[in-house]
Design a protein around this ligand. Structure first.
Ligand code: ATP
Ligand code: MG
Length: 272
C-alpha cells in the first residue's frame, strides 16, 4: 500500500483500571493498509489496548495514565469515541456484541450513525458489507438475536465497516467459533484488508492471526515482550517455543504435543 499517511501510532501507552496497571509503556505502529496482530494470553492487555485506541476505556472504568495515540499524524487520544470513528477508526469489541432485539438491517444502520459520508457513501458501505457477508442481506429483517454466533460476529464486523473505516480494530473475532466459521472470518478479514482497510487484530488464535498479519506484537502482562515482522518472528526457535507453542522436531514425537499444550495453536509449518 505504501505511505504512512494514515498510520496508527501508539507511543509509550500506559493504562490503569483504578489501581490495576493493565498496560505499561506500550508502543505499536499500524502502517496504512497493513494487518498487524497483537497476541498474548488472558489478561495480557489486548482488549485494553484496543479500548485505549477507540477511546472506550472509560466505559470499563479504565484510563490512560501516560503516552499518546495518533492516527494519520493527528492525536486521537483526546477525542470522544464517536469522533474516533469519524476520524476513520472503528472497533469490533470483544464478545460479538449486537443489538439482539433490533433487526440485522438496523444494527448495520446503527454502525453508520455519526460516521462521515453522505447517503451514497453509506449505501456503498452497505453494499460492501452485503458483498462480504451475503447472509446479512438474506436476514436483513430478522432480529439479530436469532442469528448464529458466527453470523452475529459477521454482523458485528459489518456494523463496524458501515462507518467505512480506514482502520478496523478487531478483538478476537474467532473466539468461540467452530474452525470452519473461524476460517471464513479469516478469509473475510483478508478481503476487507485487500479493499484498503488496515486491520489491528487481537487474537489468542495465533495460527489464524499470523496467517493474516504482516507484523505481530506479543503482549505479556501489559508489556510488549516481542514484536517484529511475522516472517522474522518465525525464524527464531526461541520465539517458536515460547510464544507459538511449537516444539522442536526431534522432541515432537507424535506431532500432537504442541496442539495439546496450546489448543489454539497449530504447528508453525501449518501456519505458514
Ligand atoms: N473493566 C476492568 N476493570 C478492572 N480491571 C480490568 C478491567 N478490564 C480488564 N482489567 C484487567 O486489565 C488487565 C488486562 O485485561 P484485558 O481485558 O485487556 O486482557 P486481554 O489480553 O484482552 O485478555 P483476554 O484474552 O482474556 O480477553 C487484566 O489484568 C484484567 O484483569
Ligand atoms: Mg480481551
Amino acid at each position: 500500500m505504501g505511505g504512512t499517511g494514515l498510520a496508527l501510532e501508539v507511543t509509550d501507552l500506559s493504562v490503569g483500571y483504578g489501581p490495576v496497571r493493565a498496560l505499561r509503556q506500550v508502543s505499536l505502529t499500524v502502517p496504512e493498509g497493513a494487518v498487524v496482530t497483537v497476541l498474548g494470553g488472558n489478561g495480557a492487555g489486548k482488549s485494553t489496548l484496543l479500548r485505549a485506541v477507540s477511546r472506550t476505556l472509560s466505559f470499563h472504568g479504565g484510563a490512560v495514565t501516560s503516552g499518546s495515540v495518533t492516527f494519520g499524524g493527528r492525536p486521537i487520544d483526546g477525542l470522544a469515541p464517536d469522533r474516533v470513528v469519524a476520524a476513520g477508526v472503528s472497533q469490533v469489541p470483544e464478545g460479538r456484541q449486537v443489538f439482539a432485539r433490533m433487526t440485522v438491517e438496523d444494527n448495520l444502520r446503527a454502525g453508520a450513525l455519526g460516521a462521515p459520508g453522505d447517503r451514497r457513501a453509506k449505501a456503498s458501505a452497505l453494499r460492501r458489507v452485503h458483498g462480504l457477508f451475503p447472509v446479512l442481506a438474506d436476514r436483513s429483517h430478522q432480529r439479530a438475536g436469532l442469528l448464529s454466533g458466527g453470523e452475529q460476529q459477521m454482523l458485528a464486523v459489518g456494523r463496524a465497516l458501515m462507518a467505512s473505516p480506514k482502520l478496523l480494530l478487531l478483538d478476537e473475532p474467532s473466539l468461540g467459533l467452530a474452525p470452519l466459521m473461524a476460517a471464513r472470518i479469516a478469509d473475510t478479514i483478508r478481503e476487507i484488508n485487500s479493499q484498503g482497510t488496515a486491520v489491528l487484530l487481537v487474537e489468542q488464535n495465533a495460527a489464524l492471526a499470523l496467517r493474516l498479519a504482516d507484523r505481530a506484537y506479543v503482549l505479556e502482562v501489559g508489556e510488549v515482550a516481542l514484536s517484529g515482522p511475522v516472517a522474522e518472528l518465525a525464524a527464531s526457535d526461541e520465539v517458536r517455543r515460547r510464544y507459538l507453542g511449537v516444539v522442536d522436531e526431534d522432541q515432537d514425537t507424535d506431532g500432537s504435543y504442541a496442539a495439546v499444550a496450546h489448543p489454539v495453536l497449530t504447528r508453525w509449518e501449518e501456519i505458514r
